[in-house]
Design a protein around this ligand. Structure first.
Ligand SMILES: [Zn+2]
Ligand SMILES: [Zn+2]
Length: 78
């Protein structure tokens, strides 16, 4: 009986291990950003979408950093 439980535990362990490995595999390291207008892939530091020319970022009046055009408040300054 003990051996049976042991085998069961090992198989559950290996299944969860495989599952975690699969999860790691499908989550890419880079977060894929999409243009809110055309849905094409964009990079985080793009100011304009190269596909549809939509403006993605604006310069903060306070600190001059490029921030998301939808942000109402710059996260870098008051
Ligand atoms: Zn676009
Ligand atoms: Zn700012």
């Amino acid at each position: 009986m003990l051996i049976l439980v042991g085998i069961l535990l090992i198989s559950v362990y290996s299944i969860s291990k495989v599952h975690t490995y699969e999860q790691c595999n499908c989550i890419s390291e880079k977060v894929e950003l999409k243009c809110f207008k055309c849905g094409e892939d964009i990079e985080e530091d793009y100011i304009y979408c190269p596909h549809c020319k939509e403006r993605l970022k604006r310069a903060c009046e306070g600190c001059g950093r490029m921030i998301n055009i939808f942000w109402r408040q710059c996260p870098y300054c008051e």
